[in-house]
Write a protein that binds this ligand. Structure first.
Ligand SMILES: NC(=O)c1ccc[n+]([C@@H]2O[C@H](COP(=O)([O-])OP(=O)(O)OC[C@H]3O[C@@H](n4cnc5c(N)ncnc54)[C@H](O)[C@@H]3O)[C@@H](O)[C@H]2O)c1
Length: 421
């Protein structure tokens, strides 16, 4: 189908179609959600604006929403998260795509604005957001579209934090859903998805082994826990750095060393940030690192590693392998940055495993469905996806892998809810 899409190279579509087909075949949960919930007419004539990395799994989510009757437009939260072949294929599947891996930052913002302009053009719309990009633009440069937006659901921990900051300031103009905070999202996507895909991206791009390496994980939230666990499983000796003493203690009880970052720098060989915060590794840290240290960021913001500071502290840099940049520090030591200091599993990898994103996007599809049906009656604040929907997604996934759970009897429910002996 012809569309108004703007992609880098339409001739790349065949490869993109193969990738999307593979994702579709390995998404039993999203497929069941599509058949049982999404085809009830809710999406007919509705706009769905999507900001997500353009790769096969996100592409399949947008195809499913378009098949359910929505007018779907999609852009990426940044040019480094765009697979041009997938963008080209999507444009042939009834989804309007504004995405190029070669867009500069201003063009990337323009792509997000185009999404808003298209989905809310003469119709109501819901948003599926990543790091609150569409929500930010709709509250700044596209305020005229606000009355048409029924709500936005957010994919990331960092984006939910921005929604909450907007709520605190009292400026949220539509209800939002913290898709990230659904249990079927963060327990699997942030933990197992980031764990597997960040470690895989570092191993594939450096071609180095994990076994025996001294690996430092900065941040022991859901992502950090997954990274530490996968690295340990591969034989790495893991040290965790935290600012929350309870999380630090949890890491200790999980079997890891826990040290302040400056101390951990002296022994570490691989460093992975996963905090969602800024200046976690700076020149102060680089100065203490040993020759050949490898740095990567798995957090959702690209300021965790002070890449500008690293560049200034270096006498030169060069790409030594695809996605691996070598920095020569003043005293002759070299350190290596994987994936530009941006989300390494996306800029230097294929993102999370399909089965993980199947869960995440079943949640996102149901968030969009919930906002489409109930957005008008929700307050303009940050909401959680209702627990029953989260539970249903888990039940579908268990069923898909041939497993299941029990149900409480009325007597058990009464016992648990009561206080009398
Ligand atoms: N790579 C991916 O694909 C992916 C997937 C999901 C989430 N994310 C992003 O990863 C980041 C972390 O997500 P999460 O769900 O683990 O969040 P979280 O809030 O569960 O954990 C973050 C942890 O970092 C710690 N922290 C904060 N500042 C620190 C510092 N300076 N030094 C050490 N520790 C510090 C916090 O105490 C907290 O325990 C977010 O930006 C999120 O958006 C990335």
């Amino acid at each position: 189908m012809q569309s108004e899409s703007l992609v880098r190279d339409p001739s790349l579509a065949p490869d993109g179609h193969r990738k999307i087909d593979w994702a579709a075949e390995h998404s039993p949960v999203l497929n069941r959600v599509r058949d049982e919930y999404l085809k009830d007419g809710t999406f007919e004539g509705l706009g769905v604006g999507v900001s997500l990395p353009i790769e096969a799994k996100t592409a399949y989510l947008t195809v499913v929403l378009a098949e359910a009757g929505a007018e779907v437009s999609v852009a990426s939260p940044g040019p480094f998260f765009v697979q041009d072949d997938v963008a080209a294929a999507l444009a042939e599947r009834g989804v309007t795509v504004y995405a190029s891996s070669e867009a500069d930052p201003a063009e990337a913002d323009r792509e997000l604005e185009r999404v808003l302009d298209r989905v809310a053009d003469g119709r109501d719309a819901v948003l599926i957001d990543d790091r609150a990009g569409l929500t930010r633009l709709s509250h700044t440069t596209r305020r005229d579209l606000l009355p048409r937006i029924r709500g936005a659901s957010e994919e990331t921990t960092s984006g939910v934090a921005k929604f909450k900051a907007m709520e605190r300031e009292g400026i949220l103009e539509f209800p939002t859903l913290a898709a990230n905070d659904a249990r079927c999202k963060y327990l699997f996507d942030n933990r197992y998805g980031t764990g597997q895909s960040a470690i895989t991206a570092i191993m594939q791009n450096t071609n180095l082994m994990m076994g025996g390496k001294r690996l430092v994980v900065l941040g022991y939230g859901w992502c950090g826990k997954g990274i530490a666990r996968y690295a340990m499983g591969l034989g790495a000796r893991v040290t965790v750095c935290e600012v929350d003493p309870v999380r630090g203690l949890e890491a200790y009880a999980d079997g890891f060393d826990v040290l302040p970052a400056l101390e951990a720098c002296e022994g570490g060989e691989i460093f992975i940030t996963a905090t969602g915060s800024t200046d976690v590794l700076t020149t102060e840290h680089f100065e203490r690192m040993r020759e050949g240290a490898i740095l990567a960021n798995a957090g959702g913001v690209d300021v965790e590693i002070d890449v500008d500071g690293l560049r200034e502290a270096s006498s030169g840099s060069r790409e030594v392998r695809r996605n691996v940049e070598e920095f020569a520090l003043g005293d002759g030591r070299k350190v290596y940055l994987v994936g530009r200091g941006m989300v390494v599993n996306l800029t230097a990898g294929d993102g999370h495993p399909v089965e993980i994103m199947d869960l995440t996007f079943a949640i996102q599809a149901l968030c969009a469905h919930h906002l489409a049906r109930s957005g008008h009656s929700l307050e303009n604040r940050v909401h959680l996806l209702p627990k029953e929907i989260d539970d249903e997604v888990a039940r579908i996934k268990l069923d898909a892998v041939g497993m299941g759970v029990d149900t409480l009897t009325p007597e058990q429910e009464g016992f648990l809810a009561g206080w009398r002996e």
